[in-house]
Design a protein around this ligand. Structure first.
Ligand code: GCO
Length: 267
């Protein structure tokens, strides 16, 4: 393999992917495993973690799973300590775990708003804070925060999610600023509209068999004229976790088919 291609390798690296039992986190972790990394992931409950483990094993990936509420600092510290006991340092952290609540803002309970902020913004802070000290000791580290179109744009019903993902963009830049001197790079990956369980309600076929209005809207707003797939995120995620991106820091890499650059097709 050429030296330049070796810079994209994750051989010998350990990666923790929060919420890595399914969907985007699972796809990123599988890509990291194919690039040579050892995979650790968490789920919020035993059933999801075991289901994820079984899916990794089907692909021949010897992942290690934990049940951990990433909003609970003690649970996160225990999980990170367990992993570090086994591998020394977590080289790559992907803050992927996240939830969304689509509720018109004036109908949203404060508790619902706080829950989204807790999972989508406070938890990435907690997990990053837990892994950074070992990264500093080791002299390098990669933190990738899964941001969103909503790190840049708002829309009806996603006030909490947009506030969290906008905050996550700035947390990414702040971690980059505070720890760049320790050779820690912190970047974001910003999925566009990706066909996952989280966006399934936005793509449901209508009773008459026609496409969901939001589905048609996204197609018209995307130069690629399609929804993304989780596989579209794998190459960019490997880049941000590899030596190839050692001078990329504080950047949000949008993998959106061009939505953020496009006014949209004339109806
Ligand atoms: C929504 C969607 C988006 C996407 C993604 C876009 O309700 O608008 O769920 O939030 O999931 O985050 O990047």
């Amino acid at each position: 393999m050429s030296d330049i291609m070796k810079s994209f390798s994750l051989e010998g690296k350990s990666a923790l992917v929060t919420g890595g039992a399914h969907s985007i986190g699972f796809a990123i972790a599988c890509a990291y495993a194919q690039a040579g990394a050892r995979i650790f992931f968490n789920s919020s409950n035993q059933e999801s973690m075991e289901r994820g483990l079984a899916e990794y094993r089907k692909l021949g990936i010897d992942a290690t799973g934990y049940v951990c509420d990433v909003t609970d600092e003690d649970q996160v510290k225990n999980m990170v300590a367990e992993i570090e006991k086994e591998v020394g340092t977590i080289d790559i952290l992907v803050n992927n775990a996240g939830i969304i609540k689509r509720i018109p803002m004036c109908e949203m309970e404060v508790g619902d708003f706080k829950k989204v902020i807790d999972v989508d913004l406070t938890a990435p802070f907690i997990v990053a804070k837990a892994v950074i000290p070992s990264m500093i000791k080791k002299g390098h580290g990669k933190i990738i925060n899964v941001c969103s179109m909503m790190s840049e744009l708002g829309r009806e019903t996603v006030s909490a999610y947009a506030a969290a993902k906008g905050g996550l963009k700035m947390l990414t830049r702040n971690i980059a600023s505070e720890f760049g001197e320790y050779n820690i790079q912190c970047n974001g990956i910003g999925p566009g509209y990706i066909a996952t369980s989280q966006t399934a309600p936005l793509r449901e076929k209508q009773p008459d068999g026609s496409r969901h209005p939001f589905d048609q809207f996204i197609i018209s707003k995307t130069p690629a004229a399609r929804w993304g797939n989780v596989e579209d995120l794998q190459g960019p995620a490997i880049f941000l976790a590899s030596d190839a991106s050692d001078f990329v820091n504080g950047h949000i890499l949008y993998v959106d088919g061009g939505i953020l650059s496009y006014i949209g097709k004339q109806p």
